[in-house]
Each structure stands twice: as structure tokens, then as C-alpha cells.
Design a protein around this ligand. Structure first.
Ligand SMILES: Cc1cc2nc3c(=O)[nH]c(=O)nc-3n(C[C@H](O)[C@H](O)[C@H](O)COP(=O)(O)OP(=O)(O)OC[C@H]3O[C@@H](n4cnc5c(N)ncnc54)[C@H](O)[C@@H]3O)c2cc1C
Length: 536
């Protein structure tokens, strides 16, 4: 097995640190890098510390045996025209990152024995839904209207997060007025008031895997955010998802900062009630009065801060209101032959055993032999027009399915690649089941697979430092989204939060969290010229 060579960032050594950083950022995912790049634009010298061997967090890619896979980016929406999302990506990557559109049919849903799809374009999406459900035009139009209303409400929600507590109290009536009641209700409850057609609800919720919670548990706000995000289709970063971080890092270096890899932070240091720096796993301490944690709320409050500090600021109690999202399995597949030769589409497949998504998940969590509640299949080499320049004559496929951390817990603490036969056998059984799902949809691939490996929640813990192998940080329940303390500003002076737990999961969610965190840190006045440069 040839190891991965695709590594970006600068390897950490205490001697390589500069003196006098203006801020330390823990974690080099999209949230951390966005914050660091925006601060760098304002001439802050920022030190980004990443525990993994490469930078990018869930946007990193890895290579093995001549193939390359992304680990947490399968498609991104809202970047086909000069949208706010696209402008932010352009700014962060100096316009270097290009986007390749997926097929017009970007998502295909196999629900039991029926097949539905999502089409790119607001009108096309609506018309296509009506075409698939001719008796449901009224419900579909009401749903589309709700998506439009959510647009403004999402911006209000985001801005509310950047306010100081007293400002938020003052703005509370306005924030409430701008927030439709359905935002914080369960997705299924909202949709079942529009229609009782369970297939239609299933198709509308066909992307529930993009946030990790099925419709009877998830907040409608996040459902709507994802649906809107992909309304104009899916796009893939040309050159692979690792290019995102690769293009951002020079912006941080230009202002004297650096992105260090193999740099695991052991703890956030507090002196006289304020942040005073971080302690690295090797014992080295880096002094800095400003620390931004993009390592996730679970890591920040349950692992990086002393228990007494967490309790005294009320975070121990607050953490009871949120919970980590479910873990996942990832099958990384390499094939000889190009995507075109093998007939691989630029469409994601979502495979469901039934239109009762919640019931299927419940059964699976009770019984691991029950059908997978959702199997997602992505074809990255087909989506990336540059893939064949890097890996000629080959193709890749990825399969993702949920799996709870508890199933793997007994192997916790063992070393990656050396977890023993029991673990390998368990993985083999899961891999076979997931591969059968692929062959069922694309039988021409049987016998064409050259390389295949399975990641589990323990791999996520090992490489991405999510302690319960969680897929999307905190679960996107209505309760989580109403936690007033989940904001960039913490109650501990000098400590800031960013990344997917501050707003929502998704590369864009983490990026926008980075923007809000920077805004909260430096204030609107200093941010205004930067925002003007980004948005014109
Ligand atoms: C399988 C999968 C598929 C996905 N598909 C998509 C998709 O198609 N489109 C999309 O938009 N989103 C997708 N997502 C979600 C998206 O990738 C994430 O929501 C987003 O990238 C999270 O960014 P972040 O910066 O908040 O966190 P992360 O990217 O997780 O970054 C956090 C970083 O902190 C580091 N860290 C943690 N603890 C420490 C420590 N003590 N010291 C130093 N470093 C530390 C971690 O190593 C990690 O690199 C997917 C996620 C997964 C897992």
C-alpha cells in the first residue's frame, strides 16, 4: 500500500514559530482558515495549529495507491454565478479556485423501488418536482415560498450570532420579527402541514444526509438552508477539495502568519481569568491573548479547557443541551479506467430502503444487520475536470453511510491500521454490504475495482480529532440552533469560536462562521472595507 503524499501546510516545530502572534487559530478547517485569512487581510499575524498531517480539516484530500479522494466535500452549491458565497470563495482563494458544474440532475434519490431526482435551477427544480408529483403543485409552491422566506431569515440568524449579548437583547424583537416560526420546528412537522404524500416529503428531504439528521429530528431551518444551497445545482472544486486550503494558505503567510500541521493543541491556557495562550501536545507553550477555536465545541469545552473554567462560565450545563452528530462509514474506491469509460455520472446517488427515513434509521441503530437507512454514492473523478491530469486512466468513487461511534468503541485507543482482526472482519462485512449497493445501481463496475478501503468513526477520530467520530460537529436539532451561547464570542475573555458549530455544517456554513467570527472580533467598522472588497 503506497502512503499518501498529498500534504499541505508547514510541519510544526517549536523553533519554527515566529514571535508575537496576534491570534492563534486551533484547527485548519474552512472555519479556521477563513478566520485566519480575514484577520490576515487586516494585518494580523495568525498562527494556525492543525493536529493532522495536512491542512484543510474536512476539505483535505488524501492519496493512496495512485488514487486521490476528498474526505468531506462532495458538492458545494451557490457558486455557479457571482453569489455572496462565490464572492467569498473568490476572495479567500484570490480568484484561483474554479468550480465545475455537476450534471443538471445533481442528486438522484432511490426511495424503495422508486427513483426521483433534483434538477438545477429554482424554476426547473419546482417544475421537476411537480412533474414527479402532478397532484401536489399547491404543496410544492407553498414549500418553494417557504424556502424564499428562509433566505432573509438565515442572514438575520447569522448576524444575530455576531452581536454582543447586550446588542442581541436590544435586537431581540427585530430578530424574532425576521424569523418565521417554522425555522426552529422539526422538518417533518412543517412539511406534513403542506402534504401527506410521504414520497414527496421523502424527496424534499432526500438530502438529509447532508446534515446527518432525518426529518423527524432535524430543524427545518437547516433543511431549508441545504435545499436553498443546492437549488441552482452542485459544483465541485476543480483540482480536488484540497485546493481550497492550498489557495487560502498563502494569504495567511503573506501577513507573517503560518499554518502548522502535526500541531496538536493539548489545552487552552487561562491566566487571571483570561486566555493567555495554548499548550501543545509536546509541552511547548505559545503565548497569545487571543485564541480562536475551530476544533469544534465538544473539543473546546470538553477537552481543551480545564473543567473548572468550563463549569465556572456555565458551559458545563450548556453542553447538556447539545450532542455530537452521528459517525459515518466511508468507502474509498479506486478503479482502472476513466469515469467516462466506466459510465460514472456527475450525479450523487442517495439510496433509501423506504420513504420512512426516521424509522429506517431507528431500526438500523437497534440492529446493525438492518438495511442501511441511507447510502450516499459520489463520483469525484467524474466531477473534477482536472482529475485525469493528476491520475491518468483511473477513476474514483466514494460511498458514505451513517454508523454510530458506539459500534466501534471497543477498539477505541488502538492505532490506525493496527486495530486487530475483529475490527478488520467487522469492516469487511460492512464494506461488502456497501459495495453491493454500488453494484446494484452500476452493475458494470463488478470486477473493475482495483482498490478499496473503509473508514469508520474511529478513522474520523484519528485523523480529524472528533472525539465521537462525529460527521458534522453538533447535531442540527432545533434545540441546538436556539442556544444563545453558540456564538463566536465566548464568556472567557480572549477565546473565540468558529467553524461548523457556530452556524451550521457544510463548507459554506463553516466559511460564513469564519466571517462572523472575524466580524465579532474586530468590529463592524474595521470589517467594512474588507466586506466592500469582497461584495463590492
Ligand atoms: C463525509 C463528509 C462529507 C461531507 N460532504 C460535504 C459536502 O459535500 N459539501 C459540504 O459543503 N460539506 C460537506 N461536509 C461537511 C463539511 O466538510 C464540514 O461541515 C466543514 O468542512 C467543517 O469545517 P470546520 O472548519 O468547522 O471543521 P473541520 O473541517 O473539521 O476542521 C476542524 C479542524 O480542527 C482540527 N483539530 C481538532 N482538534 C485539534 C487540536 N486539539 N489541535 C489542533 N487541531 C485540532 C481537526 O484536525 C480539523 O482539521 C461533509 C463532511 C463529511 C464528514
Amino acid at each position: 500500500m503506497k502512503a499518501s503524499t498529498l500534504r499541505i501546510g508547514h510541519r510544526y516545530r517549536p523553533a519554527r514559530l515566529a514571535a508575537g502572534y496576534d491570534a492563534i487559530v486551533i484547527g485548519s478547517g474552512m472555519g479556521g482558515l477563513t478566520t485566519a485569512a480575514l484577520l490576515s487581510k487586516l494585518d494580523w499575524k495568525v498562527c494556525v495549529l492543525e493536529q493532522h498531517y495536512t491542512a484543510g480539516g474536512y476539505t483535505h484530500s488524501y492519496e493512496r495507491n495512485g488514487y486521490e479522494w476528498d474526505v468531506g466535500v462532495h458538492y458545494i452549491g451557490d457558486v455557479g454565478t457571482r453569489t455572496r458565497t462565490r464572492r467569498m470563495f473568490d476572495f479567500l482563494t484570490d480568484g484561483k479556485l474554479e468550480w465545475a458544474p455537476m450534471d443538471e440532475e445533481y442528486d438522484r434519490f432511490y426511495v424503495g423501488d422508486k427513483i426521483f431526482n433534483a434538477r438545477a435551477g429554482k424554476q426547473e427544480f419546482r417544475d421537476n418536482l411537480v412533474h414527479q408529483f402532478p397532484d401536489e403543485g399547491k404543496a410544492i409552491d407553498a414549500y418553494m415560498e417557504m424556502l424564499s422566506q428562509v433566505s432573509g431569515a438565515l442572514s438575520t440568524f447569522g448576524m444575530g450570532r455576531a452581536l454582543k449579548p447586550w446588542q442581541r437583547s436590544l435586537a431581540a424583537p427585530y430578530l424574532k420579527w425576521k424569523t418565521p416560526d417554522f425555522m426552529f420546528r422539526k422538518t417533518y412537522d412543517v412539511l406534513s402541514e403542506l402534504t401527506d404524500n410521504q414520497d414527496l416529503i421523502a424527496v424534499i428531504c432526500g438530502q438529509w444526509g447532508d446534515m446527518g439528521l432525518p426529518p423527524k429530528q432535524s430543524a427545518f431551518m437547516v433543511h431549508a438552508m441545504i435545499a436553498r444551497h443546492y437549488l441552482y445545482g452542485g459544483f465541485y472544486p476543480v483540482g480536488g477539495s484540497w485546493k481550497i486550503a492550498d489557495y487560502i494558505i498563502p494569504k495567511i503567510q503573506k501577513a507573517g502568519g503560518e499554518v502548522f500541521t502535526y500541531a496538536r493543541v493539548k489545552g487552552i491556557l487561562i491566566a487571571d481569568g483570561k486566555v493567555s495562550g495554548v499548550e501543545m501536545e509536546d509541552g511547548h507553550q505559545i503565548d497569545c491573548a487571543c485564541v480562536v477555536s475551530s476544533a469544534g465545541v465538544e473539543n473546546t469545552f470538553n477537552r481543551l479547557l480545564a473543567g473548572s473554567v468550563v463549569a465556572s462560565h456555565g458551559y458545563a450545563a450548556a453542553m447538556n443541551n447539545v450532542r455530537p452528530s452521528i459517525g459515518h462509514l466511508g468507502v474509498y474506491i479506486g478503479l482502472q479506467g476513466t469515469a467516462e469509460e466506466l459510465g460514472l455520472p456527475k450525479t450523487n446517488f442517495w439510496i433509501y430502503p423506504t420513504n420512512d427515513y426516521d424509522g429506517a434509521l431507528e431500526r438500523f441503530l437497534r440492529d446493525k444487520d438492518a438495511p442501511f437507512p441511507v447510502v450516499y454514492i459520489s463520483f469525484p473523478s467524474a466531477k473534477d475536470p482536472d482529475y485525469l491530469n493528476r491520475h491518468p486512466g483511473t477513476a474514483t468513487i466514494e460511498i458514505v453511510a451513517p454508523a454510530p461511534y458506539e459500534w466501534f468503541e471497543k477498539w477505541g485507543g488502538t492505532t490506525w491500521g493496527k486495530r486487530g482482526d475483529g475490527y478488520d472482519d467487522f469492516k469487511e462485512g460492512l464494506t461488502d454490504r456497501l459495495m453491493e449497493q454500488l453494484y446494484d445501481k452500476l452493475p458494470q463496475l463488478r470486477g473493475r475495482v482495483d482498490y478499496c478501503e473503509l473508514s469508520t468513526p474511529l478513522s474520523t477520530e484519528w485523523f480529524s480529532a472528533y472525539g465521537r467520530g462525529e460527521l458534522y460537529g453538533l447535531d442540527h436539532t432545533p434545540e441546538r440552533l436556539q442556544q444563545e451561547w453558540l456564538t463566536p464570542r465566548t464568556r472567557i475573555p480572549g477565546l473565540w469560536l468558529t467553524g461548523q458549530d457556530v452556524l451550521t455544517c457544510g463548507v459554506t456554513g463553516a466559511m460564513m462562521a469564519g466571517m462572523l467570527t472575524t466580524m465579532a472580533m474586530v468590529g463592524v467598522r474595521k470589517m467594512t472595507p474588507v466586506m466592500k472588497e469582497i461584495y463590492g
